[in-house]
Design a protein around this ligand. Sequence first.
Ligand code: CS2
Ligand code: MG
Length: 403
Amino acid sequence: MKIERAYCIVTCPGRNFVTLKIVTDQGVHGLGDATLNGREKSVLAYLEDHVIPCLIGRDPRQIEDIWQYLYKGAYWRRGPVTMSAIAAVDTALWDIKAKLAGMPLYQLLGGKSRAAVMVYGHANGRDLAETVDAVGQYLELGYKAVRAQSGVPGLDTAYGIARGKLFYEPAVKGARPEEQVWSTEKYLDFAPQLFAAIRERHGFGFHLLHDVHHRLTPIEAGRLGKSLEPFRLFWMEDPTPAENQEALRLIRSHTVTPIAIGEVFNSIHDCRTLIQEQLVDYIRTTVVHAGGITQLRKIAALAELYQVRTGSHGATDLSPVCMGAALHFDLWVPNFGIQEYMRHTEETDAVFPHAYTFEDGFLHPGEAPGHGVDIDEALAAKYPYDPAYLPVARLEDGTMWSW
Ligand code: CS2
Ligand code: MG
């Protein structure tokens, strides 16, 4: 059996996606997500110019060897572009192998370890009242876990706010990133009030999550974690920029609020210190940005030794192909914690027909052979690429701060 063809499909049904399709000489195809928000075309070029020519003629069943070949053979290892390209190939090959085996991917990974996958949704609002209401809307939809993000008094914008609609989209259309103004002082004073109001209104019978989005210094993160302890968060996510891993030792020394990190990680090496020193409670690495199912399994195995659980990133800039593959991983992985689930637009769901279903706060990947997600290429062609970027944040004095 040989890989006969491989090509990329770029589409923008509401937001940009890059999908790799691999076709074998026996007509079986597999799909892999290669979307890197705001840098989509760099992964596209990496695949088209450097990876696809190396795939043709290879045996698609040799998933591990092809992974090692693309990782070690690149010489320039790791990094978001390289690992998203490798992830796309890896995911497509696992899709093919499960189809050849005539089984859903989770069966190939070792079978299910739970009935379904608990997910969390994104409640957000321009202010405290709107956010508290939005949490209620998600609880009514059956969610057992809700992430809350709110506008901050005195700031026009803040991370994760959808400007008046229920579903937030990370990227803002335009030729370059929007620049927003951020104030840590205003945020730190406001955050405890927000979570107090949410627990006051909706009680403690559900999991409550928050994404700090890399915006604090270590001591500020320690203070935030401590101030939110009374509201028993499921996790405080990305409190500080992920490069500074020592920061977590200081944060840990000040708070017992659980910590989740990893959505910007692309390699098991990025996770090792945080896991081995018990500096995180949830690892948020994803299929699309951390080198595919092949590496994600190894990260999960390392995490299992330290009772660190998975909490994979699942924002809308990760395509339904990534979500489909992630749900099979989530249904199998022994140390599962939770899966992020930001709903895609109806247009996106139409371009990517999929077997996964939502019920009462849980997703199930379905029983279709493979990862259960396909693509309608004719429909995809109707949505050409349209540049869009994650906003950046500057402090009130203009200092470039974070995103
Ligand atoms: C966020 C993302 O969902 C999350 O946890 O961190 O929305 C993130 O901002 C985007 O995926 C980045 O492209
Ligand atoms: Mg996040």
